[in-house]
Design a protein around this ligand. Structure first.
Ligand SMILES: [Mn+2]
Length: 314
């Protein structure tokens, strides 16, 4: 178990409660061990900031730091639907103090189901960047199948990143090719680190497409084998609510929706529990028996394992 873990999240005010849920899940699954959270923010309200700070208040070994970069530095980049905050991950090395040498970057639509310190044990420090392949999500034409990684979970060796001026190269790529990128910052990272990133075990970024591939035994077009898929569904480390599978949206079906909602319910943001827009919307949701059954079946893969390392069952 790694003893000192640095986690970086980037958020605006809309995503701040989801960042809070993620932090709650990380603290819950890592009850001991020093942790520092680095929140790179834009427009987070004082109220949300205080609520997030309160999450770490009971732990002497946990600290939370805030950074507010100048958004003007990114105003020339294509924003599309992702917003400026999605560029902040490209600039982590200059935003964070030089004393921070290695970080885990997480999207706010992630949930921790295992001690996140174990992720660092799977990282080979010789690699500047470690990630999990993009599975079943939107694909890009930039890389061959199996070679394109998802940028929602990254382990970054910041020391090497700074020495090799990666940030400058990434921002140049964004300026020159950003308009042609479908997923701007994820594409820029994939172009720069093509063939050089360390492939992490699939269980560190369990994307929605993992369950269907596991069930249909369709592994061949990915860089992972059957055992990796089995570990991902039975012993997930970090679950990623990728693309449209957001647990804060009413009507979402996902094997870990209930676990995510239980953290929301225990938090000071419980009033944000997703509600249907109409009685009809609620009826349609509950009548969707097949999707409920699929969600429950997939959630049960985990509970079959007694030593899953998961503090709460979904
Ligand atoms: Mn994401």
């Amino acid at each position: 178990m790694s003893d000192h873990v640095h986690v970086v999240l980037a958020t605006d005010n809309t995503y701040a409660p989801w960042a809070g849920v993620l932090i709650s899940s990380i603290l819950d699954t890592r009850p001991d061990g020093a942790m520092e959270f680095h929140l790179v923010e834009q427009g987070v309200s004082t109220d949300n900031r205080e609520r997030i700070n309160a999450l770490g208040a009971g732990r002497l070994d946990v600290s939370i730091h805030w950074y507010t970069p100048d958004p003007c530095a990114f105003s020339s980049f294509p924003i599309k639907r992702y917003g400026i905050a999605s560029y902040y991950r490209l600039s982590i090395a200059s935003i964070l103090p030089a004393s921070v040498k290695r970080v885990i970057y997480l999207d706010c639509d992630v949930l921790a189901t295992t001690d996140i310190g174990d992720l660092l044990d799977d990282h080979d420090p010789a690699h500047m960047l470690a990630a999990v392949e993009n599975i079943g999500g939107p694909t890009s034409q930039l890389c061959k199948p199996g070679r394109y990684f998802n940028s929602g979970v990254l382990v970054i060796n910041l020391e090497a990143w700074r020495a090799r001026r990666c940030e400058e190269k990434l921002l140049d790529l964004m300026r020159e090719q950003g308009d042609t990128f479908e997923y701007p910052d994820q594409d820029a990272l994939n172009v720069l680190f093509h063939g050089e990133w360390q492939r992490l075990p699939l269980r560190w970024n369990v994307q929605p497409g993992v369950w269907s591939r596991y069930e249909k035994k369709r592994f061949s077009k990915t860089g992972y084998d059957a055992d990796s898929f089995e570990a991902a569904v039975k012993r997930p480390g970090l679950v990623h609510f990728l693309a449209k599978k957001k647990p804060w949206v009413f009507g979402c079906f996902h094997p870990f929706r209930k676990l995510w909602l239980s953290y929301l319910d225990d938090s000071s943001w419980r009033s944000l529990k997703p509600q249907p827009e109409s009685i009809w919307g609620r009826a349609v949701h509950y009548m969707n028996v097949a999707s409920h059954a699929k969600e429950m079946r997939r959630a049960r893969y985990l509970s079959q394992q007694s030593s899953s390392g998961c503090v709460r069952a979904p």
